[in-house]
Ligand binder design. Structure first.
Ligand SMILES: Cc1ncc(COP(=O)(O)O)c(C=O)c1O
Length: 384
């Protein structure tokens, strides 16, 4: 069986959030879990650990050099393993970076529509203020508002910028010129850049991701971290292992201030699975990216024919940002009730998301066809 042909009855036996949050008549296409089979090298590493009763505390010492090797092969980005800290997941890494690299009461810039935990991590975990610089929608594509960012960075209250690269939910792969300009502006105004690059290894055909710290390599005095993880790309978010790559300007400060207990939240299975993913996960990733490429075409083509529905072409990852006219402010709610498909509400991504949904298309061709068919029925019922 190909990795992207897992039948629905088998998926329903999964006990993760995607499959347990809604009743069994609802087809889940919301949270960012994939419906694919686990990469065999990862399954093997986990099976061996279970067979060996190897279920103790994490030992993450091999992760930094393994990530560095992956980043060098993938992006020609040279990471000093000594600058890498292993933490449990991406958002706790963002929270810790904000807590230790910015002052209480300071302001953090984000670009809505954006991954919902960006809002709560800034406001509730770090108790910092938010300043929105929304993405610009431009001929069916979203991009960063560089003038808006320049204006925001000049505000003395702004101490950090939380960049999502590639961007969730629009799938934007940011232009390298924009990343360089951000680095220059951030250095000029002493703004710390926190680059969430969890979706980077899922950049799809036709786009090219540049790691922020690589784009910014020549910018002296820039304070920045990049946060990486195998969790999304290899579908292991429940196992808990992320990596914070710190620029030399902040590495000491982060290390001194980070409570050791935070590193204990890293999962032992997360470490084992991440090592297997970075070292031996290339063949599975190729197959997965090719499946995503055909699913995004399948979804785009199907939605093109629906009145009042427009999908942004994602350049990375497996999430489609879709505007749905005629279904009110929260189309996801209408679709869940009337079409029995669970999508993520656009409004969770900030005010520009009202009237939108996010569709997870990391599933089989057959299940995606069923999602589209149910959506089509709801749209048709409201059009008539
Ligand atoms: C942009 C972004 N950041 C962070 C995360 C959380 O990643 P994890 O829980 O795997 O660490 C996600 C998950 O979908 C995401 O899309």
């Amino acid at each position: 069986m190909a990795i992207d042909e897992v039948p629905l009855e088998e998926l329903r036996r999964r006990s993760s959030a995607k499959w347990r949050s809604y009743p069994s008549d609802v087809l889940p296409a919301w949270v960012a879990e994939m419906d694919f089979t686990l990469a065999e090298p990862i399954a093997h590493a986990l099976r061996s650990a279970v067979d060996n009763s190897d279920t103790g505390y994490r030992w993450a010492d091999d992760v930094p050099a393994t990530l560095a090797e992956f980043a060098s092969d993938e992006w020609n980005w040279q990471i000093d393993p000594g600058n890498v800290t292993v933490l449990a997941d991406v958002m706790s890494s963002v929270g810790q970076s904000l807590l230790h690299l910015t002052d209480p009461g300071s302001t953090v810039v984000i670009n809505p529509p954006v991954y919902p935990p960006f809002f709560s991590t800034v406001e509730k975990v770090a108790s910092r203020h938010l300043r929105d610089v929304p993405l610009i929608a431009d001929a069916g594509r979203y991009r960063l508002d560089m003038d808006g960012l320049a204006e925001a960075f000049a505000d003395p209250a702004v101490q950090a910028y939380l960049l999502c690269s590639p961007h969730n939910p629009t799938g934007t792969v940011h232009a390298v010129e924009d990343l360089r300009r951000i680095a220059d502006l951030a250095a000029e105004h002493d703004v710390v850049v926190i680059a969430d690059e969890v979706h980077a290894p899922m950049t799809l055909a036709g786009a090219k991701h540049t790691p922020f710290l690589k784009a910014a390599a020549d910018v002296a005095d820039l304070r920045a971290v990049a946060i990486m993880s195998a969790s999304k790309t290899w579908n292991i978010p429940g196992l808990k292992c992320a990596q914070v790559v710190a620029a030399p300007t902040v590495v000491e400060r982060l290390r001194e201030r980070l409570p050791i207990e935070v590193t204990y939240l890293v999962g032992h299975f997360g470490v084992l699975a991440s090592l297997a993913a970075y070292r031996e996960g290339a063949a599975w990733r190729r197959e997965m990216l090719s499946a995503l490429d055909s699913r995004r075409r399948q979804l785009f083509t199907a939605l093109e024919d629906m009145a009042g529905v427009s999908m942004t072409w994602p350049e990375a990852s497996f999430l489609a940002w879709v505007r749905m006219e005629g279904l009110g402010d929260d189309p996801a709610e209408v679709i869940r009730e009337q079409g029995k498909v669970a999508l993520t509400s656009g409004s969770a991504f900030g005010s520009p998301g009202v009237g939108h949904v996010r569709i997870n298309f990391a599933t089989s061709e057959a299940i995606l066809a069923e999602v589209v068919s149910r959506l089509g029925s709801v749209v048709a019922a409201h059009a008539s």
